[in-house]
Design a protein around this ligand. Structure first.
Ligand SMILES: Cc1cc2nc3c(=O)[nH]c(=O)nc-3n(C[C@H](O)[C@H](O)[C@H](O)COP(=O)(O)OP(=O)(O)OC[C@H]3O[C@@H](n4cnc5c(N)ncnc54)[C@H](O)[C@@H]3O)c2cc1C
Length: 463
């Protein structure tokens, strides 16, 4: 295990920090005040190679899976709202990648970003007034009419709503089947029947646009169904016959894969608040003595630093697992997001307490980080729902480990000896554990079936 960033990762980290300091921060106050979309910063991010297909290719080549979370943390260090505007299309791209055929991925993912100076955006629309955490209760319908799908419903709180070139809409094809009766559809900008509803006024991440997305008899070609008709029909058949697919819904899988990025985004805010407070307190003197020499202050700063580091390690681990195909069967992705969101809300509050009355004014930068922090306990899985997900996955993981141990004890001696493998890369046991982690049905797994991400949460939504 190596905890040191490679030279390339460190260089990328510094490059992202430079962009955040020189381009994002100077624009942050204006877009926060005006609640406006930071188009000029988004275009600049493209020029710097920090968004779009070029950027995705770069992070895709990083076998550690750390470039993406480094990028998220550093850009959010600059301003969370602007950073979300730059990277918000990733959720739509992830939704397409999770559900689409290779042809659909090739066609629609680039449409979420555009090429060169042609900036395009994507939106991922799941949440409705009565269905966010409880995603099985979606009411937006998709009905087949000849060779077209007809979509009807209203999505709420959609990032990039109204400005997206591609909106991925999750709708129900058969409401009686809950999330197993749902499918994802691509709806391009300008499709008749697609419109922007209410634009939300928010306390934080104000540079990121959040709106309702309204679908009224919105007709799209049949092949805009992600995954295609055959796959949908097979899924519906299985659901109707009560056969378990063993797979979480596409929406849940999409959210699980993006959780470490959300955690990294939160940490960027906490790190920004922590660094600013260190600078601010450095010159402060109280009763003739530097504030930094007060043990009460040191206690808080030490706790904040430690919690940020702990959250970052969870995020990096989950991101590494995601990149290397190691199943997060014990809720590791959810843990990273939960911890990072809670730490950021807690840290910004504690740091404001240290700074005192000045922190209550809008002149103090801490107030913005405090406002921006809250959403990381809400979207892509509220903190409460994440705890349910983790708890269920932990329980299932523990039960499986007990079964595995029982199987090992029952095996005759020598079947799995812990002897070095022929190629010298480890022991039989280590190899078997590694296979288990990668989801390969191995001799250590009870039942032999590989588990998919989020399966411990399949009885309720974990968005
Ligand atoms: C700024 C912003 C941007 C967003 N962007 C998007 C987007 O791009 N696409 C999208 O689809 N959605 C988006 N959302 C929606 C967001 O993901 C949901 O609001 C969130 O998942 C919560 O779901 P909900 O609205 O149904 O809240 P609810 O589930 O109704 O939550 C209300 C409260 O009940 C708690 N709760 C719910 N169920 C349980 C339970 N079983 N046990 C304990 N407590 C529970 C929740 O934790 C919360 O505290 C966005 C939201 C915001 C605010």
């Amino acid at each position: 295990m190596n905890f040191r960033l490679t030279d390339e990762q460190q260089e990328f980290q510094q490059y992202c920090r430079r962009f955040a300091r020189e381009i994002i921060r100077p624009a942050a106050a204006k877009h926060d005040r005006e609640e406006s979309v930071p188009w000029e910063v988004m275009k600049e991010a493209r020029k710097w190679g920090l968004s779009g297909v070029e950027y995705m290719t770069k992070i895709g080549q990083d076998n550690d899976g750390l470039m993406g979370v480094i990028h998220a943390e550093e850009l959010h260090w600059g301003c969370a709202g602007i950073a979300l505007s730059i990277s918000g299309s990733m959720l739509a791209a992830a939704g397409i990648a999770a559900s689409g055929t290779p042809e659909q991925i090739g066609q629609w993912v680039p449409e979420c970003f555009g090429a060169g100076e042609d900036l395009k955006l994507g939106a991922y629309a799941v949440t409705e007034a009565q269905a966010g955490s409880d995603v099985k209760s979606l009411r937006t319908t998709a009905k087949l009419d000849g060779d077209e799908w007809v979509l009807n419903g209203t999505k709420v709180f959609i990032t990039n709503g109204g400005i997206a070139d591609v909106t991925v809409v999750v709708a129900t094809v058969d409401p009686a089947l809950g999330h197993r009766g749902q499918a994802s559809f691509v709806v391009p900008k300008g499709t008749p029947g697609l419109s922007q509803g209410k634009k939300e006024t928010k306390i934080g991440i104000r540079a990121s646009q959040t709106t309702e997305v309204v679908l009224e008899d919105c007709r799209i070609p049949v092949d805009y169904l992600l995954g295609g008709m055959d796959k949908l029909n097979r899924k519906l058949e299985k659901a109707r016959s009560g056969t378990s697919t063993g797979r979480a819904s596409n929406a849940l899988a999409t959210f699980e894969a993006t959780r470490p990025f959300v955690g990294a985004s939160a940490i960027g805010i906490a790190q920004a608040a922590y660094e600013w407070t260190l600078d601010y307190l450095e010159d402060k003197v109280e009763d003739g003595a530097p504030v930094m020499q007060q043990q009460g202050v040191q206690q808080v700063l030490a706790d904040v630093a430690t919690e940020i580091e702990a959250a970052r390690l969870l995020v990096w681990r989950a991101s590494w697992m995601g990149r290397n195909g190691v199943q997060m069967s014990a809720g590791q992705g959810s843990m990273s997001k939960l911890k990072a969101g809670d730490v950021t809300m807690w840290a910004t509050t504690r740091l404001m307490d240290l700074v005192g009355p000045y922190a209550q004014t809008t002149d103090c930068p801490l107030e913005k980080w405090f406002r921006d922090a809250k959403i990381y306990q809400i979207f892509e899985g509220t903190a409460q729902v994440q705890r349910l997900v983790i708890s269920r996955m932990q329980r299932q993981d523990y039960t499986e480990r007990l079964h595995s141990m029982a199987e090992v004890l029952e095996q005759p001696p020598g079947v799995s000896s812990g002897e070095p493998t022929a190629d010298g890369t480890g022991t039989d046991n280590a190899r078997a554990q590694g296979d288990r982690g990668r989801g390969v049905a191995g001799k250590w797994r009870s039942g032999g079936a590989p588990r998919t991400v989020g399966s411990g949460a399949s009885s309720f939504s974990n968005q």
